[in-house]
Design a protein around this ligand. Structure first.
Ligand SMILES: Cc1cc2nc3c(=O)[nH]c(=O)nc-3n(C[C@H](O)[C@H](O)[C@H](O)COP(=O)(O)OP(=O)(O)OC[C@H]3O[C@@H](n4cnc5c(N)ncnc54)[C@H](O)[C@@H]3O)c2cc1C
Length: 311
């Protein structure tokens, strides 16, 4: 590799790898710091068929993850695994990361944040005795729900899709939403209304999970009426959306109110030397093709416009 560039990329999901593949074509010096021991990021969490990704037929995200790992085996992208970024200092233009318990620092000319997002979990129930009965994803476990009463907490598309899938197995599904707005797609809302066995409960938040070995019931608090009520269930599904992996960005880079990175049309953040792509970007639709497109687009911009202007 040449010494042109010196770009440090956080993450090795589809966005980061697409950027890296483009930079590698022109021998641009760069490294990807990845906290886990594999590339492909969140792909492995996709258990549905990829029916909106037209480059091939993939039964689930694991299959794309394997394709991505094969790509890396062949083209040998400069990914440094087990390297968790803990800080970006935009003044000294350095990134700190932990590898095998040791703190390292690397200097950058440009940094690219491609750290994606993660499922939001309810911290207070993380260590609950009943956690085996609490599901964050359902696709691999659908038969567990046969003839059960299930509560799905959440109001977005994922929660509504989960309720619709579950009702094929469960005898009753409660879709519980803490706000008075059901933010799901209209066609999904319409579909739910065709199923009397799905009961939608608005303005209500989960307060308590009651049970010993298995869940007996949950307590929900109605924020509008100011009172609690109990619902008898067997299983609980939490579809609370996503949280951005941006906790290592303590200052110097503008984040939106949820912690996603704000960028301009060139994927440049509020700091001239820091860019962001993929699911970590504020307001972006979370899709594989979009993450990939942003990576390739930023890589091409680096090659054609940014790096030639400084060399
Ligand atoms: C359940 C589910 C179903 C989906 N279904 C579809 C679908 O059907 N079609 C579709 O197009 N898209 C789907 N998506 C969305 C798609 O998977 C994502 O939009 C895309 O993979 C995001 O890629 P990314 O590179 O931006 O982020 P990610 O894949 O999240 O990669 C981020 C990487 O950064 C690493 N990282 C995070 N923090 C740090 C740190 N501090 N230091 C170092 N590394 C770090 C992570 O370990 C990870 O490897 C789905 C997603 C989920 C979760």
């Amino acid at each position: 590799m040449g010494d042109k560039g010196n770009i440090v990329i956080v993450g090795s999901g589809i966005a980061a790898m697409s950027l890296s593949a483009t930079l590698k074509l022109a021998n641009v010096n760069h490294v990807l710091l990845e906290k886990s021991s594999h590339c492909g990021g969140i792909l492995g969490e996709i258990h549905n068929e990829l029916d909106d990704f037209v480059v091939g037929i993939f039964e689930n995200g694991k299959e794309i993850e394997k394709a991505v790992a094969d790509f890396n085996k062949k083209y040998n992208l400069p990914i440094q695994f087990n390297s968790e970024v803990t800080d970006i200092d935009t003044i000294s233009k350095t990134i700190s990361y932990l590898n095998s318990g040791e703190l390292h620092t690397v200097k950058y000319n440009y940094a690219v944040i491609a750290s994606g997002s993660r499922f939001k979990i309810l911290e207070e129930f993380k260590n609950a005795k009943l956690k085996n009965e609490i599901y964050y994803r359902i696709s691999p476990f659908l038969t567990d729900f046969r003839q059960t009463a299930v509560a799905v907490i959440g109001s977005g598309d994922n929660a509504t899709i989960a309720a619709l899938r579950l009702i094929e197995y469960a005898k009753k599904v409660y879709l519980i939403n803490r706000s008075n707005k059901w933010t799901s797609r209209k066609d999904l809302v319409k579909e739910v209304k065709r199923h009397p066995e799905i009961e939608v409960i608005m303005n209500s938040s989960l307060k308590e999970i009651v049970g010993d070995e298995t869940i007996n019931k949950i307590v929900v608090f109605n924020n509008q009426e100011g009172r609690s009520s109990e619902i008898k269930i067997d299983k609980l599904v939490l579809k609370l959306g996503y949280l951005p992996n941006s906790n290592f960005m303590k200052n110097g880079i503008e984040l939106d109110s949820k912690g996603y990175v704000v960028v301009n049309e060139k994927y440049q953040t509020s700091n001239e030397y820091v860019y962001a792509i993929g699911d970590i970007v504020s307001g972006v639709y979370k899709r594989i093709a979009i993450a990939q497109g942003q990576g390739t687009s930023l890589g091409t911009y680096f090659l054609k416009e940014l790096l030639p202007s400084i060399s």
